[in-house]
Design a protein. Structure first.
Length: 475
């Protein structure tokens, strides 16, 4: 086994795993929770593999105590989860429902009792359906509703949660939700996807301000971006321009306003045929550009592109989102997505830890002084228990080693990475792919809800234990 724990992982480095509310909670009709866009979408025929939905999923709502015990068994020092907006504010406006808040308070208290730091994400894609009916993310008011919800959560849990994330992967919400339509709410309108992106940015900025007023100053506020590592197929000017265009649409559209207070001019030019951006109002960029305490990076695989006359609609994409004939890349019909060479996971995503190193170093340069967390990284494999009930997943162990080594190299190269959250704590509902893709450190039998720590979970626990004992010895 490679030695992954020798410094420079800093002593206070957080070792975590991540999940999200809709993917694990179930209990969709309990405690006054109303449908989110994902309830509606997953119950619409043809939207998810096998018609899978997350009405029960891994039943974490009822089993959270056992799940926290599993986290403690793994030795996790942090746990990243999201709050279901329609569980705490069912209509997306007005007062909160106490039962919903109480669930998260109990979860957080259980984590703290086990010495596990809670890292709370406000939005991991489950918009209350009522807000979608009122226009969803393409509608400006949704950003204001989100800020109100952020304030509610800050007031309810600011005394015990120190790590806050506004949005998880807003790219998926905007471009898979409103562009290619493979995610809820399943709309296929390129213009609406860019409006959604702007209003998600606005929501982030307004929520950050609302949280600042509601939570103690020591708490940390961040956003988690699935920033793409976009590589051109060649150094030709056309391929380089194609890569720049996708970089704007994947990264600049969010980190531009959030980190620098402006959209890239080239993004406006590339999307001129799709939208006039007139919904960006005076003062919006100031509202969006709020000081942050950290940046979350989610990384799975790099993206390889080349220039083309016209990309064939629905051509398979190296980012694994080729489930729709509609492109999630507005204004980029002249870009083709290629399969990156190399071994792939069950998602078809190429395994390339160099991309993680590259991504971390990029943000070290782009946002100097901003602490970074890898808030998601992981791999799906077709894991099955053997006759003795053990789950061996050597591929995931290799994936973990490769990516942790990349993080370690980035730290050695000067990056301020403060933690790593593996996706995911346990197998769960993988959105449009349903239950067919298993990302967990813990295997879940979906019939019986029996949880079994996989080989990768055991290995991760060893890595954490080694790191912690070295850190203790060094102290
Ligand atoms: O399961 C998802 C998660 O919800 C968001 N990031 C990517 C993961 C794997 O597809």
């Amino acid at each position: 086994m490679p030695d992954l724990t020798t410094p420079p992982f800093p002593p206070a480095f957080l070792w975590g795993a991540a999940t999200s509310a809709y993917q694990i909670e179930g209990a969709v009709r309990e405690g006054g929770r109303t449908p989110s866009i994902w309830d509606t979408f997953s119950h619409t025929p043809g939207r998810t593999a096998g018609g899978d939905h997350a009405d029960v999923t891994v039943d974490h709502y009822h089993r959270y105590r056992d799940d926290v015990a599993l986290m403690a068994d793994l030795g996790l020092t942090a746990y990243r989860f999201s709050v279901s907006w329609p569980r705490v504010q069912p209509t997306g406006r007005g007062p909160a429902v106490q039962v919903g808040l109480d669930f998260y308070r109990r979860l957080v208290d259980e984590l703290l009792a086990h010495g596990i730091k809670p890292a709370l994400t406000l939005y991991h894609w489950d918009l209350p359906q009522e807000l979608e009916d009122a226009g969803g993310w393409p509608e400006r008011d949704t950003a204001y509703r989100f800020a109100e919800y952020a304030q509610i959560m800050g007031e309810a849990l600011g005394d015990r949660v120190e790590q806050w994330t506004t949005l998880n992967e807003p790219w998926c919400s905007a471009f898979l939700g409103y562009g290619s339509g493979v995610h809820a709410p399943g709309r296929t309108d390129a213009g609406a996807s860019l409006r959604a992106a702007h209003h998600l940015n606005l929501a982030h900025g307004l929520a950050t301000s609302a949280l600042r007023s509601a939570i103690p100053a020591r708490d940390s506020i961040a956003v988690s971006l699935n920033s793409s590592v976009v590589r051109p197929a060649s150094l030709s000017p056309a391929d380089m321009a194609a890569a720049r265009k996708i970089d704007d649409l994947a990264n600049g559209v969010f980190h531009g306003p959030m980190l620098h207070g402006s959209y890239p001019q080239s993004l406006f030019e590339a999307t001129r045929s799709v939208t006039d951006w007139s919904y960006v109002q005076d003062g919006d960029l100031t509202l969006i550009h709020q000081p942050l305490d950290a940046l979350g990076l989610n990384y799975y695989t790099p993206t390889l592109v080349e220039a083309t006359e016209t990309a064939p609609a629905g051509s398979p994409r190296s980012d694994g989102h080729g489930l729709s004939a509609y492109s999630p890349w507005p204004g980029a019909d002249d870009v083709a997505f290629l399969q990156t060479p190399g071994e792939r996971t069950e998602m078809g995503w190429t395994i390339d830890p160099t991309g993680l190193h590259e991504l971390i170093m990029r943000y070290t340069r782009e946002a100097p002084g901003l602490p970074l967390y890898v808030t998601e990284n992981g791999a799906a494999y077709d894991d099955k228990p053997d006759p003795e009930g053990n789950v061996h997943d050597p591929e995931r162990i290799a994936y973990l080693h490769g990516h942790l080594s990349a993080v370690r190299r980035a730290i050695a190269d000067g990056a301020d990475v403060r933690g790593y959250y593996l996706w995911s704590l346990m197998d769960n509902f993988e959105w449009a792919y349903g239950y067919g893709k298993r990302f967990g450190l813990v295997h879940v039998d979906y019939e019986t809800q029996v949880r079994t720590i996989k080989g990768s979970g055991r290995r991760y626990a060893d890595i954490i234990r080694d790191h912690r004992s070295r850190a203790r010895r060094a102290a």
